[in-house]
Write a protein that binds this ligand. Structure first.
Ligand code: LLP
Length: 455
């Protein structure tokens, strides 16, 4: 009933972020649910659980939706870049590269993944509100654009660039002062935010950069938050950005890029109703074009950096059900073999998810259960009071829309190894992330000799 793409037949409107399941989802009477042509119960047996499954077709369709919309609605150059914090791996980097995307990274680890995944530095942007010297050095040495967030970045970079060396490529991030309705932890554009320069300081900073021989500023950046369903804040953002663009040009900078960040929401549960990728891009493109015309400025290259809306819907997580505890008149807990260490979003943001049993995805949901994780924490609950068909220990549970901010936010809480990830496409499954083993978790432990008991 909730399976597949409501827009599949209308090619133009394909927008996987509005689906609850990957676009290749099928149900076979005997085999149960399939994604990317692979039977989910088979994947669970072959690769064990918990298992992240990424559907290549959904991922590529999301990328193409952004590219197509930018081409259609923006009358100048554009470049979508993937916010790799949503899910960073060599495989995803390589996929994004093949789709013509750039990448946004926020740490040495993400930057290394982008470079080793084959992306040239010119297509990478380094973010962060407290970048280390090592991060800045790696970025500078690889011609990566640094999105300067504060004076600290400028001071560090001034020390890193050798005299007479190639100037560092900079983009300037500011706090646009735009409110939007999303969880407060993932709102970044309001004035009380740790990210970006305060608008009141911009003029001085722009003059300071203009006077620095070691830097070239060619872009302006702002990001207002994540999992946003409204379009108005993005419309307003484009206008505010043009004000800064104008100020920078007036000071003598040659601004080529305007980066409007990411933030488009996705459908996690039936009642979520995010806009399509096409409407999001249209809103921004229109607003930016109009504001530039009004300010008599040339259209810059439009960069956007979506994360969630590119990868979330392509991912599902497979778990096996284990123990059951029924408290008469109160609740039935069904426990899974993972939980908050592979998906910390419910405990962190009270996020809701949709799920089904892999072998009977359309079975009658005649019992209400609470799906609990296996961690030693009462709040480790993945789905609360969730309707599900009669389920037994050993059944495979499929949780949808886990492609963003699950693997990348996973931990080893309780010394639980992190899951493997497979990429599925047309009946083929390829391992893209190996499963950790408990021994791996001991790799960095050091037992000082004086603590080793003799005898
Ligand atoms: N650009 C910047 C500068 C960002 O900080 C972010 C996300 C993005 C782009 C991508 O935003 P998206 O398109 O994914 O909404 N862990 C939270 C989400 C944190 C988002 C952080 N920044 C969650 O699980 O909901």
């Amino acid at each position: 009933m909730f399976i597949g793409s409501p827009y599949e037949s209308e090619c133009d409107l394909i927008s996987p972020n509005r689906n609850l399941t990957p676009i290749t989802t099928e149900v076979d009477e005997k085999l149960g649910m399939m994604i990317g042509g692979c039977i989910l119960t088979d994947l669970a047996s072959r690769y064990s659980t918990p298992l992240y499954v990424i559907d290549e077709a959904t991922l590529r369709a999301s990328c193409r939706a952004y590219k197509k919309a930018l081409k259609k609605h923006y009358p100048s150059e554009s470049l979508p870049i993937y916010a790799s914090k949503a899910n960073s791996s060599l495989a995803l980097t390589s996929l994004m590269k093949s789709e013509g995307f750039g990448l946004d990274v926020v740490s040495e680890g993400e930057l290394l993944t982008a470079l080793r995944g084959g992306l040239p530095g010119e297509r990478i942007w380094l973010h962060g509100n407290n970048k280390s010297e090592a991060e800045l050095r790696l970025a500078y040495n690889n011609q990566v654009t640094v999105v300067v967030d504060n004076q600290h970045d400028l001071d560090r970079l001034a020390e890193i660039v050798p005299s007479g060396g190639k100037p560092a490529r900079l983009m300037l991030r500011f706090t646009p002062g735009i409110e939007c309705h999303t969880h407060e932890y993932i709102r970044t554009g309001h004035l009380d935010s740790k990210f970006g320069f305060d608008p009141d300081d911009l003029k001085e900073v722009l003059f300071q950069i203009k006077d620095s021989s070691w830097a070239v500023l060619n872009g302006i950046h702002a990001h207002i938050g994540s999992q946003i369903f409204e379009l108005d804040p993005h419309r307003d953002l484009a206008k505010v950005m043009v004000d800064v663009y104008k100020m920078a040009m007036g000071i003598g900078h040659c601004i080529e890029d305007i980066n409007v960040g990411g933030g488009l929401g996705i459908r996690y549960v039936e009642s979520d109703d995010p806009p399509s990728i096409d409407s999001w891009v249209l809103t921004i493109a229109k607003s930016l074009t109009q504001a530039c015309h009004e300010a008599d400025l040339q259209l810059p290259r439009l960069i956007c950096e979506p994360g969630r809306s590119l990868v979330a819907t392509s991912g599902v997580t497979l778990y096996r059900l284990g123990s059951r505890k029924s408290i008469p008149g109160l609740r039935t807990y069904l426990s899974i073999d993972g939980g908050m260490s592979d998906n910390p979003r419910p405990i962190t943001y009270q996020s809701l998810y949709t799920a089904c049993l892999a072998h009977i995805p359309n079975g009658t949901r005649d019992q209400n259960v609470t799906i609990a994780g296996k961690h030693c924490e009462s709040g480790d609950v993945l789905l609360k009071d969730f309707a599900i068909p009669k389920a037994s220990s050993g059944d495979v549970l499929v949780v949808f829309s886990t492609g963003a901010y699950n693997s990348s936010m996973s931990s080893n809480y309780n010394r639980i190894p992190r899951p493997a990830a497979v990429l599925v496409n047309q009946g083929q499954a390829d391992l893209v992330l190996r499963r950790e083993r408990p021994e791996d978790l001991l790799k960095y432990d050091v037992l000082p000799e004086r603590l080793i008991e003799v005898g």
